[in-house]
Design a binder for this molecule. Structure first.
Ligand SMILES: Cc1cc2nc3c(=O)[nH]c(=O)nc-3n(C[C@H](O)[C@H](O)[C@H](O)COP(=O)(O)OP(=O)(O)OC[C@H]3O[C@@H](n4cnc5c(N)ncnc54)[C@H](O)[C@@H]3O)c2cc1C
Ligand code: FES
Length: 272
């Protein structure tokens, strides 16, 4: 039976304490609960009668828990319509977390809502005297997330890349780490969270440079704690809700579907 305690597997009813509108379709909810979560882990959010979906944890300060989400489909749109004071079912924390040693030099790459868990990493890693370069990427200026939070952290250098060049470097965040490495900058580890094609490019940089990486992979999740098998990946059969979502680069290399396809709620393959 799972070593995940029963109280983690069952939903807690949590109140929305605060709502921060980040961009036109992105919000951050603060819940009145601390789950003792680590950066990289996720929670399942449940709206009865709608759905239950996984969301990365953007912060857990011992008193409250934050989640940043895009309104893209039925569940996330229903969530986006909720108000301060309303209740949401929360299960977790689940999955693996990013791991670092004190004083390491870390490169953090964030795409889309990946900026939220990367902020959680940076906020915790600076307490261990890590030296951080964080590279946030987005389609354009208005889609960038967590810039003010990241720029307020000590020991942290913020870089920005946008596809259209409306802020920071024009192009992908992966090009920024490539040019930092070309300029002679060194890192002990690279962490990334974002769209899978971005993660694939990060894995290529990690292999070429010999710098180990940890990547957050997403697959369709139902139970969140290793029971249903919906989130397994070919050919390893590891469950990304339990042996992931944060996976070391050498494991990603063995996942043949990485950067190629994923499966939906009924196991049908979809190419990226
Ligand atoms: C481990 C894990 C962590 C996650 N963390 C977050 C998070 O922190 N924030 C967050 O917003 N989502 C996160 N997701 C995605 C989230 O679980 C849902 O899939 C998402 O909210 C859409 O659910 P839905 O039911 O509203 O729409 P669906 O019907 O599931 O999706 C509608 C459409 O939008 C696409 N889509 C799904 N997610 C996104 C997205 N984020 N941006 C653009 N298109 C998308 C789908 O491919 C589909 O085509 C995470 C997923 C996993 C597995
Ligand atoms: S979501 Fe059920 S095993 Fe991963």
């Amino acid at each position: 039976m799972s070593r995940i305690p029963l109280q983690t597997r069952l939903p807690k009813t949590c109140r929305i304490l605060h709502i921060q509108k980040e961009t036109e379709d992105v919000q951050t909810f603060t819940f009145d609960v601390s789950l003792g979560a680590l950066p990289g882990q996720f929670v399942m959010l449940w709206i009865p009668g709608v759905d239950e979906k996984p969301f990365s944890i953007a912060g857990d300060d011992g008193k409250s828990l934050k989640v940043t989400f895009f309104a893209v489909g039925p569940m996330s749109t229903a969530l986006s319509k909720m108000k301060v004071g309303e209740l949401v079912g929360v299960r977790g924390p689940f999955g693996t977390n990013y791991e670092w040693e004190p004083k390491q030099k870390l490169a953090l790459l964030a795409g889309g809502y990946g900026a939220a868990p990367m902020y959680f990493v940076a906020n915790e890693a600076v307490k261990d005297d890590a030296e951080i370069d964080v590279i946030v990427g987005a389609r354009s200026k208005k889609h960038l997330l967590y810039l003010s939070e990241l720029s307020s952290l000590s020991n942290t250098t913020l870089h920005v890349a946008t596809d259209d060049g409306s802020e920071g470097e024009k192009g992908y965040n992966v090009q920024v780490i490539k040019s930092l490495l070309d300029q002679g900058k060194s890192f002990d580890q690279i962490f990334a969270c974002g769209p899978e094609m971005m993660l694939k490019a990060v894995l290529d940089v990690s292999k070429a440079s010999g710098i180990p990486c940890q990547l957050s992979l997403e697959r369709y999740m139902k139970c969140g704690y290793g029971l249903c098998g919906n989130c397994t990946v070919d050919p390893l059969g590891i469950r990304l809700c339990k042996e992931g979502p944060v996976v070391k680069g050498e494991v990603c290399e063995q996942i043949t579907e990485f950067g190629k396809y994923h499966r939906d709620s009924v196991g049908r393959k979809h190419e990226f």
